[in-house]
Structures are given as C-alpha cells and as structure tokens.
Design a protein around this ligand. Structure first.
Ligand code: ZN
Length: 656
C-alpha cells in the first residue's frame, strides 16, 4: 500500500501550478514503488507571459536529466500547447524530428530537453498530469489477461491503452482513444508501461494516482498475497568462481564490469524455484528497464551461451531498430543462479545498483503473477528490442558522458581510513573504480558514502580476518583488479642498541607479514582481472636513504619493497604489474603526530616547519599528491611499467 503524503501546510497553493507540480513530482519520485530510476514524468499547464507581455498557453513538462525525487522548477521545460497540438496533427513524425521540434519550441532556450512524452501530456485536457510506472499497476498489466484484470480492478473510469512505443505514436493513439466528453476518466493505464492520472490540481491528480495504485495493491494482496521468505540467505560461494564469472562477463562486454552478489532470503527463494529458467526469462516490467537489465537475465553461468543468444536476438529483430544499429555489448546485466543468488552487473557500481534495484522490484511481480494470477506475460521481444535500440533511450545513457578511466575496475586499499590510504581510495573512486577499504579503525565503514565504497574493519595482521575481507570485496564488486598496499606503522624511535624486540616484531607484522599474506591471497583475483592486475606498494624514501633511530620501520619497508619487486618478477607472466612508491615527509597522515614531528626536527637540529620542507624542491608533500601518483600507476598510462620505484619526496640528494 502506498501512503498518502500530501501536506497542505507545506504544499504550494494551486495558484502556482508549477510549484505545486514540483511538490507532487517529488512525492511520487521519492517512492521507489512508483518511480524507479527515471520511470515517470509530470507536467502542469499554466499561462506564460512572454517578454512582450503576451500570454501563451503553456505546458511545463519534466525535462531530461532531472530525477523526479529532487526536481526543481528549472527541471521543467515550457512549451506552447498550441504548437504541440499542431505537431500532433501531422501524419507522422520521427523520433529525431519530434525531439528537434520539441527542443525548438521551448519558450526558454535554457530549459532542459523536454520529455519524449510531451505531446501526450499536452493533449490531456487537465492542468496537472502525473505519470509513474507503479509496481502494482504493471503487475496487473503484465498478466496473461492484463487488460481484463485492469478493467476489473480499477473500474470503468480508467482508459486502457494497449502498448505503443512512447513518443509520437503513443500520443496519437491516446488522442484517437480519448473519450470525447473527457470527464469520464479518473486515470489512464498504459499496458506494459504505467499509469497516468490528472486533475485540475496536482493534488487532485496525486490523490487519484494513489487511489488507483492502492486499489491495485489491495486486490493483489487479497488475490496474490506476498509473504516474506522464510528461508535464510544463501551460503558462501567460492570467490574465485565469482571472479571467473565476472571476468567472462567483462570480456563479453568489452570492458571491466562491476558484478555485485545479492544473496538475501528473498533472492534465495526466487533462485530456488524449480521453474527459475522459465520465470526469470519472461521479460522486464516496463520496456525502459531493458537498457539497465537487458531483456532477460542470464540463468546459470554460461556467459558465452548468453552472448550467443543475444546475437541471435539482435539479428532476429534488427528490422525493428530505430536509430542505433550497431550491436550493443552482449553481456548480461542480471545473473540468477541457484547457488550464487543474483549478480547485478554494471559499467560502474552505480549502474550495478540500478540493475539490482530494478530486479529486486521485478522478482515479487514475477512470483505473484506466476504463482497466483495465471502467469506473467511481458511484451513480445520485438517491442522490447525497439526500445533497447531506440536512439532516445541510448541517448539517456550517453548523456552521462564518457566513462572515467577506471570505470568498472575493483580496487582494494589497506589502511584506507586515514592518511595516504584514504587519499588513494578517494582518488581511485574519483577515477571511476569501486573500492574496498581495509583498516583497523571501525571508522573505515563510513569513510565514504557511495555505492562504489565498501569499508571493512580488519586487523591485517590476522590472516583469517584479511582473507575474509578479500572475500567480501569479491562478493561486493565481483573481483579485484587493483591492490594498494598501504597499511603501515612507524613504531617507536630508538637506536638499535636499545632495540625493543616486541616493537620490532609488531612493525614487521604490519608492514611486511600482513602485506605478504595479502599479496598471496589476492593473486588468484589479480590474475583473473579482465584489465590486467595492478599493484602499488606504498613504501618509503627510508628504503634508499634510511635515517638513524627508525631501524624497524626502515627494515620492514625495505623487506616490503623487496616483496613487491619479487611479485613484479613472478607475476609479469600473469599480466600483473607491481610498482612501488617511496613517499617521504607526508605529514597529513596518521603516522605523524606533533611529538614525533618535534622529535625528528630536533634530531636534525631544525624547526618543525623547516623539517616539513626539508627536500631539494623545498615543497611539502601531501597525501593527495601520493594518491595521484598511485592512481596513475594503476592506470593504463603505465601499462609498460612494472617493478619501478618512484620517489614522491620533493627530491632527496641521497636518492637522486
Ligand atoms: Zn513512462
């Protein structure tokens, strides 16, 4: 059931229809049971006074690039209604022509590109219009006898429109069907698509929207009750197998892809169905999901077989393509498997999240329809293909711009809660990678708020804990392409003559032993990386130029450097690059505190400020500078470099 949330104390008065529309749009846009990732749009009709003072009857319709949940007035494009009606009188209008005409008709050239549904909004003779893809409504429309059920459940006042591709054709279809009286309708259901309601005010349209959705939800609850899954989540799957599947998917896609495992009780119940391969391959709830999820998920693990099927589907339906005619990549975006559960696949962690959200909404619709309501029936594949290869849908994806250089790559960074490790995690995410950060500090969990971030509290000196953290990284993002070995401690400062043996062993345990454990544990994943594995070891200037008093730190980092060099030798044949950075005097890190700074400065007989710039260039060195070099080494620009040691120390006369 959907809650009625209109608040008269907050909502703008109907005298400001656009402000009212913004309020109503946000209400429906923030409910994922109605509007999920762009499915839906809204409009208001109001006079627009132009620069000459002339009043133009205007449609304010949602523009592209705006989410309903956060839309502002600037998210709406003003269009002259009379012009839209003229366009509707044409015999035909291609998508490209329609979008050009809509764009040219804008009364404000700075307004966003108007929705492809603008013509439909214009012909509805009500001031306020709301459109959503509500789950409860599409559940009804996607039944075997969908139109009859919609009529039975929603009653006579609802216009039922058979599926037509959105745009000019749909607007024409609705215009031809619209009852001449115009007042008998409480709403309009588009089969296999969604719901329109309208009214004199957005509030009225919103009330009707909720009334119809709740009528459908009540009917579904009594005829096809949804019960929470009783079983538990799925168990462990060999992480190397998860990485192998993700690598095959990435090869099919032609680029590294993020693949996120979902194994909740709800997913477990779905993938445990005996008829999984039939139920899961009926098709999406609404056609605009195809650009996110593909037409059907992959059932099982045969990526090559899925890609072959996709090629055949492409060839079979090529004559239906509108616009783009080169084949899109044939890799699945959703995988269902009885042991794994669901894998949600995307070019980035955010894309994977969208595919996951959509499929989590799809599962209960499929099961209800299949188990209680006579069966689920999606659109024929030709109609879905038409939307998948629709210029205007592909444009939605393209508008987000070129992929960042590390998009689809999964990184693991140790010591990621602060200092250089945190800066590396941030820089890698900025360049498009998904990052798992390990740190002793529990604060690592919330270090970043992003679908591309997984923070795992972990004592790296506990091999079992580190192994579990690596497994979590693979479950979360599908594999590991980049490893940044950054966790490290400085230890106490003392001359060798007064060596504290336990302190020595502690420093060795964190700086060397844990790193050796980690590299050994991640090798199977780096070897499977679709992009070629990359490791960056954060060592120190102390290795080529040690200072007195820090024997444990310098020795441990020298061993770490040697570990990295051996890895470069051993792993080159696996396509894995291992490089080393030697920063020095990076004072914005957890290793340094005021006391240590003062001690070291005193050791050299200079002040703290001078100590911070004690290098050839006289420049301070920051965590973010180190992070940029690390990310650069992890990028393709260093594709021909392995085993290198790069100073990031402002220049040191004992090193150059
Ligand atoms: Zn729609």
């Amino acid at each position: 059931m959907v809650e009625y949330l209109w608040d008269d104390l907050v909502a703008p008065a109907p005298s400001d229809p656009l402000a009212e529309c913004v309020y109503g749009s946000r209400l429906i846009g923030s409910d994922p049971a109605m509007v999920l990732h762009g499915g839906g749009n809204t409009s208001a009709k109001a006079p627009f006074s132009d620069i000459t003072g002339q009043e133009v009857e205007t449609l304010w319709v949602k523009g592209s690039g705006w989410d309903l949940a956060s839309i502002e007035k600037e998210g709406f494009a003003p269009l002259p209604i009379q012009r839209l009606r003229q366009l509707l009188d044409l015999d035909s209008l291609s998508d490209i022509e329609m979008m050009r005409e809509l764009s040219a008709a804008r009364l404000d050239p700075a307004a966003p590109q108007p929705s492809v549904e603008s013509l439909l909004h214009a012909l509805i003779p009500h001031r306020a219009v709301l459109h959503s893809h509500a789950d409860a409504i599409v559940t009804l429309t996607n039944l075997e006898d969908g139109a009859d059920r919609v009529r039975e459940v929603l009653g006579e006042g609802v216009l039922i429109v058979p599926y037509v591709m959105p745009g000019f054709d749909l607007a024409r279809e609705v215009r031809d069907m619209w009852p001449s009286g115009g007042d008998c309708s409480t709403g309009m259901v588009l089969m296999n698509h969604g719901l329109f309601t309208y009214g004199d005010t957005t509030r009225q349209a919103y009330r009707r929207h909720l009334d119809l959705i709740n009528r459908a939800a009540r009917w579904l609850e009594s005829h096809a009750p949804h019960r929470p899954a009783e079983g538990g989540p799925l168990g462990r799957v060999d992480p190397v197998e998860l990485a192998r599947i993700r690598t095959e998917i990435s090869r099919a896609a032609g680029r590294p892809m993020i693949s996120v495992r979902h194994a909740t009780a709800e997913v477990a119940r779905f993938v445990g169905r005996a008829d999984l391969s039939s139920v899961a391959t009926r098709g999406p709830l609404t056609p605009d999901h195809v650009i996110r999820t593909k037409r059907i998920p992959m059932v099982g693990r045969d990526v090559a077989g899925y890609a072959d099927q996709y090629r055949l589907y492409y060839q079979r339906n090529l004559h239906r393509a509108r616009g783009e005619t080169t084949m899109l990549d044939p890799a699945p975006r959703v995988v269902v498997d009885p042991e794994i559960g669901m894998l949600a696949v995307g070019a980035t962690a955010a894309d994977s999240q969208i595919a996951s959200d959509i499929y989590h909404h799809t599962i209960p619709v499929l099961t209800r329809a299949e188990d209680h309501l006579g069966g689920y029936a999606a659109l024929p594949e030709g109609d879905l293909f038409e939307v998948e290869y629709w210029e205007l849908e592909q444009a939605k994806l393209r508008r987000r711009g070129a992929s960042p250089e590390l998009a689809g790559m999964a990184a693991l960074v140790t010591g990621a809660a602060s200092g250089i490790g945190r800066a590396c995690a941030e820089e890698l995410m900025e360049r498009g990678a998904a990052v798992t950060g390990l740190d002793l500090s529990p604060g690592v969990v919330d270090a970043f708020d992003s679908p591309a971030w997984l923070g795992v509290p972990c004592d790296v000196t506990d091999p079992a804990a580190q192994t579990r953290a690596v497994e979590r990284a693979v479950e979360r993002f599908g594999g590991i392409d980049i490893v940044v070995v950054c966790a490290g401690i400085f230890g106490g400062v003392s001359p060798i003559a007064e060596l504290d043996a336990s302190e020595w062993r502690k420093v060795m345990a964190v700086n060397v032993d844990a790193a050796a454990d980690l590299l050994s544990g991640v090798h199977p994943f780096l070897r499977l990386s679709p992009a070629g594995g990359r490791v960056v070891v954060v060592s120190t200037r102390n290795v080529p130029a040690p200072g007195p008093g820090a024997a444990a730190y310098s020795s441990s980092k020298a061993a770490l450097t040697q570990l990295g060099r051996v890895a470069a030798l051993e792993w080159a044949s696996d396509g894995i690059r291992v490089n080393i950075v030697n920063p020095d005097a990076v004072f914005d890190t957890g290793i340094w505190n005021e006391e240590l700074l003062a001690t070291r400065a005193a050791h050299y007989g200079i002040g703290v400020e001078a100590y911070k710039r004690r290098n050839l260039l006289g420049t301070p060195v920051t965590s973010s500078q180190v992070a940029e070099v690390v990310a650069e080494l992890a990028s393709d620009r260093f594709a021909a470099t392995t085993g290198a040691q790069i100073p990031i120390d402002g220049g040191n006369e004992r090193v150059v």
